[in-house]
Design a protein around this ligand. Structure first.
Ligand code: SF4
Length: 399
C-alpha cells in the first residue's frame, strides 16, 4: 500500500481571462497527468456517473464527459457511460446522449435492473445485496462523480457513486438505507405508548413512526436528516428512552465502504480512475430529481487513481470554501452557526461526519487518505504568465 497518493486539482478560479488558464485546459492536463496508459487496446471502460434524475441536471457537465471519453478512445479503450436504468432512459432530458457523450449509454444492471450478481453482508443484518452486472463486466472503472451533500452519509462523491450507484434498485434503497435501524436507539421498556405518540408528534419531518400493536417505534430511513433539530430528544426529556446518535449514520457509511470494496475488487488497482466534480455543490444528492441551491461556490475538479485520496482532498477543498448561509433552503431547517464545522455538517448536524465513509474505506485498504495535492495551473502562477493574444472566436467562424 502506498503511503501517499497524488491528487490532481484544477480550481474553478483562473489567473487570466485566457483559455490556457481556464478549467477546460486544466482538465485536459489533469487527464494527461492521471495517465490512461494502463487502459489496454480493446478494454471495455465504464464511466460510472450519476446522470441526475428528472429535472436535476446539476451533475457532471457533458463537456467534461466528452473529454474523458475522447482520451479513453485515444488509449485504445471502448468507453461507455453507465448509471441506473431510469437515469439512462431519460438522460437526454439533461443533455446526455450517445452523440453528446461520444459513446454508448448502457443501464448498469440491464433494462429491468435485474442483471445482477449477489454478495452477502453480515454487517447490520443486511444479508444479500444485488450488484450491477454491467459495471462488473467492464475491464476499467472510471468513477466520474458529482461531489455534493447527502442527508444520511453527509457527503456523496466517488465512494457513494459506487456504493449506492453500483447496485440494483432494491438493494440501493431498502438494503442500504435499512441498515440505519440496525443500531439500538430506542428503549421500548422505558417508553409508554402515550409517550411514543408524543415523540412521533415532536418530529417535524415525520421521521418517527409508531406501531401501537407491536409497541415499536421506527426511525424512517433517510428521513431524520437534519440532526441540528433533535426535537425528539427534547420531547424525551425526563424519560430518556431514545437517543439519536452518530452510530446510526456511521452504519450507513460503513456499509457504503463495504459495497465499494466489493465493486473495486473486480478492477485491478491500475485500472481504476476517479474524478470528483466540485461544481453545483448542492445539499442533497441527485436522486431527488430537483434543481437545488449551491451551499458553497464552485470549487473545481479533483482526480486521482486512489479513491480515498480523492475523497479526502475533495472534502478538504469543500471544507475551505465559503459557506453560503443565504442559499440554505428553508426545508432543511436550522443550520449550525459554528463555522469550524464542515459545510455539510453545518447543514446536516454534527452527529454526521462527511469523512467517516473515507475513514472506513481506508480501513478496508481501498486507498490512503494521505495525499499530495498537485494544483494544475494555479491562478497565481497563470497571472504571471505572458498573456496570449485574445481570440474571441475560432474556426469555424460564421462571420
Ligand atoms: S432529530 Fe429531528 S428529524 Fe430526526 S427524528 Fe428527531 S425530531 Fe425527527
Amino acid at each position: 500500500m502506498v503511503k501517499t497518493s497524488t491528487v490532481w486539482y484544477g480550481s474553478m478560479i483562473q489567473g487570466q481571462a485566457a483559455r490556457f488558464a481556464s478549467l477546460g485546459a486544466k482538465f485536459d492536463e489533469m487527464i494527461r497527468q492521471l495517465d490512461f496508459c494502463t487502459i489496454k487496446k480493446g478494454d471495455k471502460v465504464a464511466l460510472k456517473m450519476h446522470m441526475g434524475f428528472e429535472e436535476d441536471f446539476q451533475t457532471v457537465p457533458v463537456y467534461f464527459v466528452r473529454k474523458i471519453v475522447k482520451a479513453v478512445k485515444e488509449a485504445g479503450g471502448y468507453p461507455f457511460v453507465t448509471d441506473y436504468p431510469t437515469a439512462i432512459y431519460n438522460a437526454v432530458d439533461r443533455g446526455y446522449t450517445s452523440e453528446t457523450c461520444g459513446c454508448p449509454l448502457i443501464p448498469i444492471a440491464g433494462i429491468k435492473d435485474r442483471y445482477v450478481y449477489h454478495g452477502d453482508f453480515e454487517f447490520g443484518g443486511v444479508g444479500e445485496i444485488g450488484f450491477a452486472g454491467v459495471l462488473h463486466d467492464a475491464d476499467v472503472l472510471i468513477d466520474v462523480s458529482h461531489a455534493k451533500g447527502h442527508a444520511v452519509s453527509d457527503y456523496g462523491g466517488a465512494i457513494k457513486n459506487l456504493a449506492i450507484g453500483g447496485l440494483a434498485a432494491s438493494s440501493r434503497w431498502h438494503k442500504m438505507h435499512g441498515v440505519e435501524n440496525s443500531v439500538d436507539w430506542w428503549d421500548a421498556d422505558k417508553c409508554t405508548p402515550a409517550h411514543a405518540e408524543e415523540l412521533v408528534k415532536s418530529c417535524p419531518r415525520g421521521a418517527l413512526k409508531y406501531d401501537a400493536k407491536k409497541h415499536k417505534l421506527t426511525l424512517m430511513e433517510g428521513t431524520c436528516t437534519n440532526t441540528n433539530c433533535l426535537k425528539c430528544v427534547e420531547a424525551d426529556e425526563g424519560v430518556g428512552c431514545l437517543e439519536i446518535k452518530p452510530e446510526f449514520f456511521q452504519a450507513f457509511n460503513r456499509l457504503m465502504a463495504l459495497t465499494t470494496e466489493e465493486i473495486l475488487s473486480h478492477f485491478d488497482r491500475e485500472k481504476r480512475f476517479f474524478f470528483n466534480f466540485m461544481m453545483d455543490i448542492t445539499p442533497q444528492c441527485n436522486c431527488l430529481g430537483m434543481i437545488q441551491p449551491q451551499i458553497v461556490p464552485d470549487v473545481g475538479v479533483a482526480a486521482s487513481r486512489d479513491i480515498c485520496a480523492v475523497e479526502e482532498a475533495t472534502l478538504d477543498l469543500i471544507g475551505k470554501a465559503t459557506f453560503l448561509p443565504e442559499m440554505v433552503p428553508p426545508y432543511i431547517g436550522d443550520f449550525s452557526r459554528d463555522d469550524k464545522l464542515h459545510p455539510f455538517q453545518r447543514i446536516w448536524g454534527r452527529l454526521k461526519n462527511p469523512y467517516d465513509q473515507v475513514k472506513y474505506a481506508e480501513e478496508l485498504r481501498l486507498g490512503t487518505r494521505k495525499y499530495r495535492l498537485v494544483e494544475i495551473m494555479p491562478p497565481a502562477v497563470a497571472a504571471k504568465m505572458q498573456t496570449p493574444k485574445l481570440v474571441y472566436e475560432r474556426q469555424p467562424t460564421f462571420y
